[in-house]
Design a protein around this ligand. Structure first.
Ligand code: HEC
Length: 164
């Protein structure tokens, strides 16, 4: 009787172990396929983030000089989001270490926008643009020279404040 009981228990243990091994194998293959998916998922390159920043930088200028503070507020936050994304997604690029240098300049433009002060805006925008180029020089991309734009970047967007 004892022998039957012991062998029954051994049998149960054996099958439950086999079940567990196959569960682990299944989980491992799911982890492997998820890892593959993550590896293949699309992440914009550093240059794509910069092209986005370039467009928001230009729009920001025309929003600010037209005292369209709502749009200017939107544009500065778009730049800030792009900067945060570079920090998050471009960890492999050595240049990302220099990204924080832009933050004080962005903050000072932001303060000018919140104060709705056009002179403060213009001055802090010059500081911002200079800091863009300081970084480009620091990371050996000085040939990407940015400046205050002469004309609005898009003809299909209104930069003057629309009076409701
Ligand atoms: C890390 C410091 C850094 C800061 C700060 C920075 N950039 Fe860049 N920028 C780069 C690097 C690196 C590249 C080259 C990216 C690449 O590999 O394609 C670049 C490229 C560019 C380009 C060229 C994009 C293209 O494909 O033609 C523009 C335009 C640009 N940046 C604008 C700006 C503006 C505007 C600012 C400030 C608001 C700014 N950048 C701030 C590092 C920086």
């Amino acid at each position: 009787m004892k022998l039957i009981l012991v062998s029954m228990m051994a049998c149960m243990l054996f099958f439950s172990c086999r079940n567990q091994t196959s569960e682990i194998k299944k989980l491992q293959s799911r982890v492997d396929s998820l890892e593959q998916k993550v590896k293949n998922s699309y992440v914009p390159g550093f240059g794509e983030f910069m092209s986005g920043i370039q467009s928001h930088h230009a729009k920001l200028w025309f929003a600010g000089i037209n005292e369209n503070w709502e749009l200017a507020d939107f544009e500065i936050h778009e730049i800030m989001e792009n900067i945060d994304d570079i920090k998050k997604f471009e960890t492999d690029r050595r240049e990302s270490q220099s990204i924080p240098m832009i933050e004080p300049a962005l903050d000072s433009v932001n303060v000018a926008i919140q104060n709705k002060n056009i002179n403060q805006f213009k001055n802090s925008f010059v500081l911002l643009t200079n800091t863009c180029n300081t970084c480009h020089r620091d990371v050996n991309f000085s040939f990407n020279d940015v400046k205050i734009p002469d004309s609005p970047p898009f003809s299909n967007q209104v930069f003057k404040k629309v009076i409701n």
